[in-house]
Design a binder for this molecule. Structure first.
Ligand code: SF4
Length: 454
């Protein structure tokens, strides 16, 4: 779906800033972008809080944030930099945001900022604890299905798409084709990195709207023991190829009871930065799937350790970090069920979240709007946030029974592709962790948000 005439006119006005982004001198460019943000928001003041924050963090040329932003001028291809800004800020956030607000009113349901899609259940690795490892190698969403889903999403303002799987780059030809067909959208992928080669990097440079996040479990021994011998070296090779082509990329880390100390170490953060990563996602291990062990789940004090470490590095390290659970405070709790995002598995089932494998709507048979208006996503919309303490965002991991109630109320079914998992059995695996985290999370919340309800 193309921009409307009004949106085109607005996009054109907004694109003046792209000239600054293209400037050769990063110091001058950053100053001009800051001036532009002020001018753009002068009348509406809708992002006044964010503007203040941007000025604070970018006002200090020695700060880690200034160094990170500046590295986009030294490390990244100028055309890719420009396209990423255009799609992420202008198309997905500003123009898409307006369209989403209209759609929310019109359809009376959550409208997501992004959709996470499994284009395939196939994977070239077989990692311990990964649900995709058990899926087998037979499910793929067709190019036509993916194209139609993206078109439907564009209609309601969603222009940001994340791929996972399986290993999404098993479908790299279709992924590049979709980037070409939808130049106004931004695409990202969680990938094991082993299929990134020079040819793919050339394709990324050509389309300019695809950014990978490479999964790493720590250093060589930990990565290879979970993902297979030689994987770490392949990951370093993929990062080198991306660096040499001046392409942006990030890292995706799953922290467990066994590796959290390494993932939270300064040495590991410095390694990611040295490799050239501009951002890092942190996920904690969840015992999803029949038979998956609970022993890898972090204890409450280990989760708190990651909370402290990631926040401390945010003040010093030039890398943008997102902690999927512990950052609930910045987005008012759970973002699933279409509130900010939802997940489409390789069978086309619309699931509230990548970690919640239950659904009542298959997108091969129903439209995107029908999925968003469906019983399970409506249950999410009705009950979010699941706790006033946003450090306890999750209806599975943090709020005992909340997910099971919604799944039962919606009459949703297990969509686990290897073996159906009863939601009460899944809940039982997470109860102890939820109880233990409550005490720790409430103490942090009271300290950081005095007077806020628990
Ligand atoms: S359901 Fe849980 S894991 Fe998924 S977005 Fe919500 S809080 Fe996060």
């Amino acid at each position: 779906m193309k921009n409307t005439l009004r949106e085109n006119a607005e996009a054109l006005a907004l694109k003046t800033v792209l000239g600054y982004i293209n400037g050769k001198d990063p110091d001058e460019a950053i100053a001009k972008v800051l001036e532009w943000v002020d001018r753009y928001d002068e009348k509406e003041g809708t992002v006044a809080k964010q503007r203040k924050l941007i000025h604070e963090v970018l006002g200090d040329k020695d700060s880690n944030w200034y160094r990170l932003v500046k590295s986009f001028w030294t490390d990244i291809d100028p055309e890719v930099r420009k396209k990423t800004f255009e799609n992420f800020i202008i198309n997905a956030t500003i123009l898409g945001g307006r369209r989403k607000a209209e759609a929310r009113k019109k359809y009376g349901c959550n409208i997501p900022w992004t959709i996470l899609i499994d284009p395939t259940s196939a994977c070239n690795l077989h990692c311990i604890g990964c649900w995709a490892a058990e899926y087998g190698n037979h499910l793929n969403l067709s190019y036509e299905f993916l194209d139609s889903l993206i078109n439907q999403a564009n209609e309601i303002g969603t222009r940001m798409f994340l791929y996972t799987g399986g290993e999404p780059l098993v479908r790299k030809a279709d992924i590049i084709r979709l980037c070409e067909a939808h130049p106004d959208c931004q695409f990202m992928a969680f990938t094991n990195g082993t299929l990134i080669d020079d040819k793919f990097a050339e394709d990324m440079l050509r389309v300019k709207n695809f950014v990978p996040a490479i999964s790493v479990e720590g250093f060589e021994e930990a990565t290879d023991s979970r993902r297979g011998q030689g994987t770490y070296k392949q990951v370093e090779k993929a990062m080198r190829i991306l660096r040499e082509h001046k392409l942006p990329f990030g890292v995706s880390c799953c922290y467990t009871h066994e590796n959290y100390k390494v993932i939270g170490s300064e040495e590991y953060f410095d390694w990611m930065i040295d490799q050239g990563a501009k951002f890092a996602w942190f996920f904690t291990y969840m015992p999803i799937g029949v038979g998956s062990p609970t022993s890898l789940m972090v204890k409450a004090d280990e989760r708190a350790y990651m909370y402290d470490k990631i926040r401390a590095y945010r003040k010093t390290k030039p890398i943008f970090t997102m902690d999927f659970w512990n950052d609930g405070e910045y987005v008012r709790g759970c973002i699933a069920g279409g509130r900010y995002y939802f997940h489409v598995n390789a069978n086309g089932d619309a699931e509230p979240c990548a970690f919640i494998h239950y659904s009542d709507t298959n997108l091969k048979e129903h439209s995107l709007i029908e999925a968003l208006q469906g019983p399970l996503f409506s249950e999410y919309a009705k009950h979010q946030p699941f706790s006033p303490n946003y450090l306890r965002p999750c209806p599975l991991l943090d709020n005992k029974g909340a997910l099971a109630d919604m799944v039962h109320n919606a009459d949703a079914e297990s969509t686990d592709l290897s073996a159906k998992e009863d939601v009460d059995d899944l809940t039982a695996k997470c109860c102890e962790a939820a109880d233990n985290w409550k005490g720790v999370a409430d103490a942090i919340w009271q300290k950081t948000h005095p007077g806020s309800p628990l």
